[in-house]
Ligand binder design. Sequence first.
Ligand code: PLP
Length: 444
Amino acid sequence: MAIPTTADEVRRLDRDHVLHSWSAQAHINPLPIKSASGASFSDYDGNTWLDFASQLVNSNIGHQHPKVVQAIKDQAEKLCFVAPAFANDARSELARLIAERAPGDLNKVFFTNGGAEANENAIRMARVHTGKQKILSAYRSYHGATHTAITATGDPRRWASDNSSTGIVHFFGPYAYRSAFGAKNEAEELERSLGHLEQLVMLEGPGTIAGILLETIVGTNGVLLPPDGYLAGVREICDKYGIMLIADEVMVGFGRVGEWFAINNWGVTPDLLTFAKGVNSGYVPLGGVVMSKAIADTFEDRPFPGGLTYSGHPLACAAGVASIEVFEEEKILEHVKDLGERVLRPRLDKMAVDHPSIGEIRGKGLFFALELVTNRETHEPLVVFNASGADAEPMTKLLAACKERGVWPFTHFNRLHIAPPLVISEEELVRGLDVIDEALKVAD
Ligand code: PLP
């Protein structure tokens, strides 16, 4: 018995024995990937693509970084696994590195195996800590695919028919481009969205609400940046009514927008902050919840049932320590800010002038989305939803035009997302943007 070596064999075994989630649309004919390096990945026929999606916005330090691969090998030779009740050197060191970089007084880490588990546990922590049940979370959000995390996800297209986790109430976050409040500009949107949130708190009863969960920057649902003042406003509401603020940084933590944590851009400290993906770029699954010592201490008297066999796995934590060292040595945060501001943003602004299909450009650092429309005045979306589903053909064509020119971004409904590995070079970034510029003609 051996690992299959041909694309056909990999595809056949995948088709026969792997169950994909419905959202992994590629499952109809998954492309077998043979190898990856830096900002690119390759198939078995030698085709190589620039990875403009970082594999679900995950591969922040790029593929196969030699330092991280070596750290995993070294750790594997020393200690592969020990139960989480024991301490291990990699976990201790990674927790210290995260505590040093987390906002405000957040300095204790509960480790999980990924982002959904991190949110699931943060929700339970908020409930145990406050003794209250309800969680408010935003429409246009994604928090993961476990039971409560998917219920907290404010995207009805993702809810399964057995979606039944109770105690989650959704609110509208600020999105001035297609405002739920009829606001005319961002300042009005800010005021109305905060007003809406406070009204909802009053309606539900502050004495019943454990936490407000939000993505610092909404990722999958459109790269929606909070207007200045929004996060501070939510913090104020939380403080006023004794509610915990939970910031989901699974997608935007660890450098994606040029800060260790995106929330540092707005100087707000949440009570609980969840992370995953970028902490070690997925080399070994890892996630977690960061909190203050004061909050962590309360779980000694009021324990939450969060024991996970692989929590703080030595291999995952060793990869995390090495990743953070790579960030420092290669000055990745500075690189992200520089490339984002000097190269990516101006180039996208120029594309918006040239392409009538671009309705709005949103983003920061190396994390952008192009909102695609058929009519700029009315914001009429390129992908139209109706009773019989969505006509996704224009997006499929656009994606195909990128892929056949060697660039693999990701699309989500009306948006083309651009989120390359943070180690991408200027030359690679420009090459990829040239391709997208050309490919957009199919959508104009
Ligand atoms: N939260 C956010 C903001 C995410 O983007 C994701 C995944 O894309 C998750 C949570 C879920 O993370 P995971 O897939 O590791 O469970």
